[in-house]
Design a protein around this ligand. Structure first.
Ligand SMILES: N[C@@H](CCC(=O)N[C@@H](CS)C(=O)NCC(=O)O)C(=O)O
Length: 204
């Protein structure tokens, strides 16, 4: 196996690193430089034609992409401790929160990142700045949805720390990097963020 990785602040490979740290697993890896465009070079495009990181090359030569799918493979191989929920309802809840973090927060955040940030100006041409700015309030309102959900629980699924918390942590930290910190008045989300950031795995 070979895990294709990229350093922070790239949020998606970080999810896999946090997951592996939580599970106590280690996988051979190669770190590519996004700044140097290595993820768009011919060698990596031969691995993942999408030119996106992370990717996981399996021993049989097949390649998996998508951070959550890569973690699902490891989960099937190493089910304990469960990180994708337990029982029908528990598993569905973790899946629901993962999708909400990705669709309701990461999607508008990606638009702010792509269309407003100076780092992406080199590759996103043209940048539709006005459109990008219009997505900033959507990120904050998605944060508010999570703030409300966390009013009566320590972790998203309610049954303990899970992959959903890993995905949300990666998105919230990336939002901070893009210039959208958790608002002061979102005390539940801020407390959750402190809680999950205190786990050793968050250093990944
Ligand atoms: N949904 C994918 C997203 C992967 C992704 O967008 N990775 C970023 C780095 S964090 C990337 O490679 N961006 C370059 C691009 O999209 O061209 C996942 O979760 O793995």
């Amino acid at each position: 196996m070979l895990f294709y990785d990229a350093v922070n602040p790239a949020p998606n490979p970080r999810r896999v690193r946090i997951y592996l740290a939580e599970k106590g697993l280690s996988v051979p890896s190669e770190t590519l430089s996004i700044v140097a465009g290595e993820h768009k070079g011919p060698d990596f495009l031969a691995v993942n034609p999408l030119g996106q990181i992370p990717a996981l090359k399996l021993d049989n030569g097949d390649v998996l992409t998508e951070s959550v799918s890569i973690c699902r493979l490891f989960e099937a191989m190493h089910p304990a401790p469960p990180m994708f929920g337990e029982g029908p309802q528990g598993m569905a809840e973790v899946d629901m929160w993962i999708r909400r973090a990705e669709l309701r927060m990461m999607v508008p955040l990606s638009m702010v990142w792509a269309h407003c940030h100076p780092f992406t100006a080199r590759v996103v041409k043209p940048q539709y700045t006005e459109f990008g700015e219009s997505q900033r309030p959507r990120v904050i309102s998605a944060m508010r949805e999570f703030d409300r959900a966390l009013a009566d629980r320590d972790y998203l699924s309610g049954k303990g720390y899970s992959m959903a918390d890993i995905v949300l942590l990666s998105v919230v930290d990336f939002a901070g990097f893009v210039g959208i910190p958790i608002p002061e008045d979102q005390a539940n989300l801020r407390a959750w963020h402190e809680r999950v950031s205190a786990r050793p795995s968050a250093q990944a």
